[in-house]
Design a protein around this ligand. Structure first.
Ligand code: GLN
Length: 379
């Protein structure tokens, strides 16, 4: 059977195709001259099924979408306490390239703005690492996340370096506060090479889905990150991933996300999906105009808003029957705290007879730790 999903995705692209609002990044020729009409959408489920429409296999530079993944790599390599020493967790409400640090402790406020991402980049492979070794470690993780060997757009990277005055001033500022120790030029080179890694929209959907599974790349099935690291990364994406547009985004779309200046955009639904779009024209916050529109529509039509309380859930107890001397309790659905409370409440009001109690969990889709503990202890 051919699933109807690719047609649905193509239909969504057709709805935004004629929107030419916004402007491509124009601070370097490589981005300014990129075809602004490119348009792609890809989804990857946590089971590793990938669907795409439009220019899903066209490569572009990952740019700031690398930030959450390299933050995750730093958390994984050094642990949260060490990472917290150089970067905070609060939304900045400022542009991505703002020269700003926290007034109290001089750390960049979060890892999604450039100051935070440059500081996090410097944590990879140890303080004494060469730029090449550090970037290779980064490229290796991103390649494993994508499930293929990714390359660096050297020409674009060189061009960025020639116009990197702003990021250089950020690196000098970080150095003057002892947040980074490398030469400012090397720190910016390392960060810019990270941003210049080439990906496709399909790659990004799979990478995003790896955060959704809690760290297992759903196509290759390789475990790359721990679930704690993914949870924290997604939390930071939800509060800061869309820069000074983050609040509006969470209200309208409600999916942890990250945008990049080349026009890429990812969204991650924990436990469900990785989504990615590509369209180069950006709004004033640096987020893809058509990408945002696609996400708004997907969120609305597919019911993806994480804060929505309107999803249908089945009661935890499917049936309670008597079979000879046994009482058979059939459970169903997802057993979390709320479902377990409902089950215990239901059992408490039921007169259970016989000498044996049988619990049938064949229709339970998943137990979380709390749900399992409550049902066990309740019994
Ligand atoms: N390389 C870009 C920069 O540092 C990345 C920014 C972005 O994608 N928002 O300016």
């Amino acid at each position: 059977m051919q699933p109807p999903i690719p047609d649905y995705l193509a239909d969504i692209l057709d709805h935004v195709r004629d929107d030419d609002g916004g402007q491509s990044a124009d601070y370097i020729p490589e981005l300014r001259d990129a075809d602004p009409d490119r348009l792609a959408l890809a989804l990857c489920t946590t089971s590793g099924h990938v669907y795409s429409a439009g220019d899903g296999d066209v490569e572009f530079t990952i740019q700031s979408i690398s930030k959450p993944f390299i933050y995750a790599l730093a958390l994984q390599e050094l642990g949260a306490d060490a990472v917290d020493e150089v970067v905070g967790l609060e939304p900045s409400g400022e542009a991505f390239n703002e020269l700003s640090l926290d007034d109290n402790d001089n750390r960049p406020v979060n890892p999604m703005i450039n100051a935070g991402a440059i500081a996090v980049n410097q944590l990879i492979n140890g303080e004494d690492s060469s730029v090449d070794d550090r970037v290779e470690k980064i490229r290796d993780l991103l390649s494993r996340l994508a499930g293929r060997d990714l390359s660096i757009d050297e020409e674009l990277c060189n061009s960025e370096i020639l116009s990197a005055d702003r990021n250089l001033s950020i690196a000098h500022m970080l150095r003057s506060h002892g947040i980074i120790h490398d030469e400012a030029h090397d720190a910016v080179l390392s960060y810019t090479r990270q941003c210049s890694i080439l990906v496709t929209t399909r790659d990004l959907a799979v990478m995003s889905a790896t955060l959704a599974t809690g760290g297992v790349q759903p196509v290759t099935e390789e475990r790359l990150l721990t679930s704690e690291v993914c949870r924290r990364t997604l939390a930071v994406m939800s509060s800061s991933g869309m820069y000074d547009g983050a609040g509006r985004w969470m209200a309208g779309v409600g999916i942890p996300a990250k945008s990049g200046v080349a026009g890429g955009l990812i969204g991650t639904l924990p436990g469900q999906l990785g989504i990615a779009t590509f369209s180069p024209r950006l709004d004033s916050s640096g987020n893809s105009v058509r990408g945002v529109k696609i996400f708004e529509r997907l969120s609305r039509e597919m019911g993806l808003h994480l804060m929505a309380a309107d999803h249908h859930s089945v009661p935890g107890v499917r049936s309670i029957t008597r079979d000879g001397d046994s009482t058979v309790i059939r459970l169903q659905g997802t057993i979390n705290f709320t479902a377990a409370e409902n089950i215990l409440h239901e059992l408490g009001s039921h007169k259970l007879g016989g000498s044996e109690l049988l619990l049938d969990v064949s229709r339970v889709t998943s137990f979380n730790r709390m749900g399992r503990r409550m049902v066990k202890e309740g019994l």
